[in-house]
Design a protein around this ligand. Structure first.
Ligand SMILES: C[S@@+](CC[C@H](N)C(=O)[O-])C[C@H]1O[C@@H](n2cnc3c(N)ncnc32)[C@H](O)[C@@H]1O
Length: 234
């Protein structure tokens, strides 16, 4: 699907904001948790200016969902979501990403927070390299916009834009990795339209979707309505 003019402007803004070199920053999550010196490698999604931040905050405030449970952060980028869940009580965390730069970035953050006993990082296209194991909670902050590729920088494209097929592969493949009563958590930036919207696509694969959070975000560069969905198999 082609982007409409408003979506094109938003994607251009996001791409422009991601031509960055490696840097470190303090990210305030919630409840007094601040990720000090959090590393963001060159061209990897900058969680502090994207809706990753609202998801990280929500995960921190809703840790009852995964406390003492096993979780996977699919498409981990910097590793922010996996790191937050590990710090907020998850028992075992896997972070995975198809992009080797993201895998390295996540490993460096894990070492920085001394979480290497709790978190393992795997380079994987969705679940391809994930050994047959099941998770209680599966988090996927996926690509919202459907078009592309649009930039010359693969890491940035990987993070922001994907034609509609990945989300469908995800909803099928994830079934083998979800514990009975397991839950998938996904967020969504509504300006991106329906093609990658979990609330629209997950029911086609036999899931029930409940919105757990919505906010009209006014900070960062993804301004507008954002939702967080809890997705369970029927
Ligand atoms: C929107 S970013 C989210 C990054 C991070 N989880 C966050 O919240 O800031 C999406 C991530 O998914 C990764 N990704 C894209 N396609 C993937 C695939 N087929 N399998 C695994 N990860 C993928 C990208 O490399 C990128 O790091």
């Amino acid at each position: 699907m082609k982007l409409n003019p408003q979506q094109k402007t938003q994607v251009a803004l996001q791409l422009k904001a991601h031509g960055h070199s490696e840097y470190k920053t303090d990210i305030e999550i919630a409840g007094g948790l601040v990720l000090k010196n959090f590393l963001v490698s060159a061209n990897i999604l900058r969680p502090e200016i994207m809706s990753s931040l609202q998801l990280a905050q929500w995960l921190c405030l809703n840790n009852g969902l995964y406390k003492n449970k096993s979780v996977i952060d699919v498409g981990c980028g910097t590793g922010i979501l996996g790191v937050v869940m590990a710090l907020c009580g998850a028992k075992k965390v896997i972070c995975s990403d198809v992009d080797g730069v993201a895998v390295k970035n996540t490993n460096l953050n894990i070492n920085n927070y001394e979480l290497s006993k709790k978190i393992k990082v795997v380079e994987s296209d969705l679940f391809v390299n994930i050994k047959s194991q099941k998770f209680d909670v599966i988090v996927f902050n996926h690509q919202f916009f459907s078009d592309g590729p649009m930039s010359e920088q693969l890491s940035v494209d990987f993070s922001i834009i994907k034609r509609g097929s990945l989300i469908h592969r995800f909803f099928e493949d994830v079934k083998k990795f979800l514990n009975k009563d397991g839950v998938i958590i996904m967020n969504y930036f509504h300006l991106a339209g329906p093609v990658n919207n979990p609330a629209v696509q997950a029911p086609k694969h036999g899931y029930i979707v409940s919105e757990r959070f919505n906010l009209k975000v006014t900070a960062g560069i993804q301004k507008g309505p954002v939702s967080i969905y809890e997705i369970r198999l029927k």
